[in-house]
Design a protein around this ligand. Sequence first.
Ligand code: CMC
Length: 386
Amino acid sequence: MPANSENYFPGLEGVNVDTTRLSFVDGQKGNLFYCGYSIEDLAEHCNFAEVAYLLLHGELPNQQQIDSFQEELLAERYLDPHLKSIITLTPKDGHPMAVLQALVAQLAMHDKEIADRSLEAKRRKAIRIIAKLPLVVTYFENVRTGMRTVEPRMDLGHAANYLWMLTGEEPTPEAVKVFDTALTLHMDHGCNNSTFTCRVVSSTEADIYSAVVAAIGSLSGPLHGGANERVIHMLESIEELDEVEPFIDAKVASKEKIMGFGHRVYKVMDPRAKILRDLAGKFVVADPEMDKCLKKANLFYKITEERFQAKGKMDIWPNVDFFSGVLYKALGLPRDFFTPVFAISRVVGWVAHHFEQMEDNRIYRPRFIYEGAELGRKFKKMDKRT
Ligand code: CMC
């Protein structure tokens, strides 16, 4: 007979699936912590490598520890020539998230340690994945735009090297700080869909690459990381400031979801959205087009909030994806690179969760409530079927 339907939680809302030491999302107060540290402190004072070290080791690094961690990352900052040629053959209109998925699977096939299941080998693979993900998408951008191939630089940090490879131009210290902050904010976020996906795949004892490939697929969805790209598409489709209000009213009237708003856990404004909004405000003022985009975003945010409150929906606020797009546009990133930026940061959380999952693993195997045809139907041979 059908299973007990009392234990049915659509979207697994409110269900605890495991424990973690990595991050905590306080949805009522609007706080986020990594290994106990507030996201505000980490975003202000740390760079990508320090926060990645924190998530992978549980403690912030001292100088010696960060130096050797950065050396490990730098040692993997290259792509095998065969992988580069695969990127050259990749369809130029492919979405960079699809390119990432395909190329992480290729990285697995090129990894000589793929069959080594020791913890040390897994750790090296994790570093490899973190270091190479940005290279994959930036090479792809070089290829599809027909620009010269920009080789990675060993004198730059993770964030700066990404901006360098994407544009072939030395990024300003301000741009690097803004980008480092954005990467820090996206690195982990409790039991979000892609991290859960990563843990589900890891729980089968599949290799770390397979878990990351699956997580990239999850992140690409518009209800998850894919929202940031759609936010900027939405803002760009509104030409003038006085068109913002009718645009929102039409969306609300048609009960359409507004991208960059709402969250399963946050009942107040997402703390990452607050930081990104402030950063966007400071970073974009010099450019008139960006200034207009920011004005549209702020007006959009204000009117949308008014509309949600008027409808009694007091818990729908901008999430991380609303202002990140504005910031990435200001940094000159192509629109379809917004979600890959999320991926090159979140991958740290994914691999950290892979290790946590493997510490005390039990395969994820929930169940469905069966609602199908009557059980034990009479079987008909082909010639008897209508
Ligand atoms: N626009 C309009 N209404 C919304 C929105 C929105 N963005 N988000 C939630 N609602 C309404 C929804 O229509 C529903 O109303 P009702 O109860 O009257 O049917 C109610 O709020 C609950 O929504 P839900 O979709 O059941 O909530 P959920 O917890 O299942 O989904 C969410 C969370 C993030 C998928 C959803 O808020 C959403 O689709 N937002 C837009 C996409 C987006 O911005 N995603 C990024 C999420 S944050 C970063 C990340 O994970 O990447």
